[in-house]
Design a protein around this ligand. Structure first.
Ligand code: UT7
Length: 333
């Protein structure tokens, strides 16, 4: 059986750091509240001249460099914050890389986007459409977050992460899968950008409806339940137990959420990966950013799980490849 095998990882984050104290200086909030409720200490914010495709292309270049292979491949970009309503970001990334006439499309599954993009790319490879795919998760969440709303502004950040995938065998280091994916659109109102689409087009540039609004407590509750259930179903499908999992990389939205999911699953502390303190919630970029920071060892079996607006959720397994001879994966924009 042919499946997707990861052979490169790269991330790109903006240089500008926004600390909790930066928010506390102008909003009714404190460093203590933000750390206690979310685990976040700082996040990155892109300069106005930078668009999502710019950060995505930087991460993609770093991933190709690590793979030692920058030959053109299909491009799948997970993002909720595209440069334009039309076209998607993927063709723009392909163009920035100088790749001509490659398949390129976006996946919109909010904070679960990276898992959905991995599943799409794995399908492209397994069905023989292509034998190499670049998968990018990139979001400039600061662009859709009202920076004057303390309930949401402190939670989100900007970033991008990319992986290169090639055709390979399920028992190789780097192999990805199987997948568990799901959605429930009944809860759209709990985490939504109300205007700018076909239901409510054309908001004024500074209208509140053009920013994301969130019912934090309900999102929290659903996130814990769905990531726990999805992870459990995935393990059943794979014929594994939690004892087979070496590292746990959940979508980095809130430290309390990922600790609750890990507690429900029975994952020991030392196997949990978190860097939400440094980046906040970077939506589709959060899983590759966490992978880049996790100091993973070749052969470790990693459980990935995510949850986001929609609601959407998804989980998969990844056996970490041997990337130890590769250059540093992080670039700054
Ligand atoms: O990828 C999915 C994306 N989103 C998420 O995963 C977010 C999920 N939700 C959460 O992470 C949490 O619900 C939050 C971090 C958003 C909030 O934490 P919480 O413990 O659920 O707090 P809460 O919503 O119950 O709010 C407690 C209080 C409220 O005041 P009142 O109504 O009790 O007087 C809020 O107005 O905290 C207030 N509050 C703040 N206070 C200081 C909300 N934001 C802030 C803030 N600083 N930044």
């Amino acid at each position: 059986m042919v499946t997707a095998v990861l052979d490169g990882l790269g991330v790109a984050v903006p240089d500008r750091i926004v600390t909790n104290d930066d928010f506390a200086a102008r909003l009714d909030t404190t460093d203590e509240w933000i750390r206690e409720r979310t685990g976040i200490a700082q996040r990155r914010m892109a300069a106005p001249s930078v668009a999502t495709s710019d950060l995505a292309a930087e991460a993609a270049r770093a991933a190709c460099k690590q793979a030692g292979n920058d030959s053109p491949s299909a491009v799948v970009v997970a993002t909720t914050t595209p440069d334009h309503p039309m076209p998607g970001v993927a063709p723009l990334v392909a163009a920035q890389l100088g790749w001509d006439a490659v398949p390129a499309f976006d996946v919109q599954a909010a904070c679960s986007g990276f898992i959905y993009a991995l599943a799409s790319a794995t399908g492209l490879i397994a069905s023989g459409v292509t034998d190499r795919v670049l998968v990018v998760g990139a979001d400039l969440m600061s662009r859709i977050t009202n920076q004057d709303d303390r309930a949401t502004a402190v939670l989100f950040g900007d970033g991008a992460g990319a992986v290169t995938l090639r055709a390979g065998e399920p028992d190789e280091f780097g192999a990805i899968g199987p997948f568990d994916l799901g959605s429930d659109g009944e809860h759209v109102g709990h985490l939504v950008v109300e205007a700018g689409g076909t239901r409510a087009p054309g908001p004024a540039p500074d209208a509140p409806e053009r920013y994301l609004s969130m019912n934090g407590r309900d999102v929290y509750r659903h996130a814990v339940r769905r990531m726990t259930d999805s992870s459990t179903q995935l393990l059943e499908r794979a014929g594994l137990t939690i004892g087979d999992i070496d590292r746990f990389v959940a979508h980095q939205a809130n430290l309390r959420i990922l600790m609750a999911v890990a507690d429900h699953l029975g994952i020991p502390d030392e196997r949990r990966v978190s860097n939400v303190d440094r980046y906040g919630n970077t939506s589709a970029a959060s899983i590759p950013l966490a992978l880049a920071d996790a100091a993973l060892r070749p052969g470790e079996r990693i459980l990935l799980t995510a949850f986001g607006s929609g609601f959407t959720w998804g989980s998969t397994l990844l056996t970490w490849p041997d990337l130890s001879t590769a250059p540093d994966a992080t670039t700054h924009v």
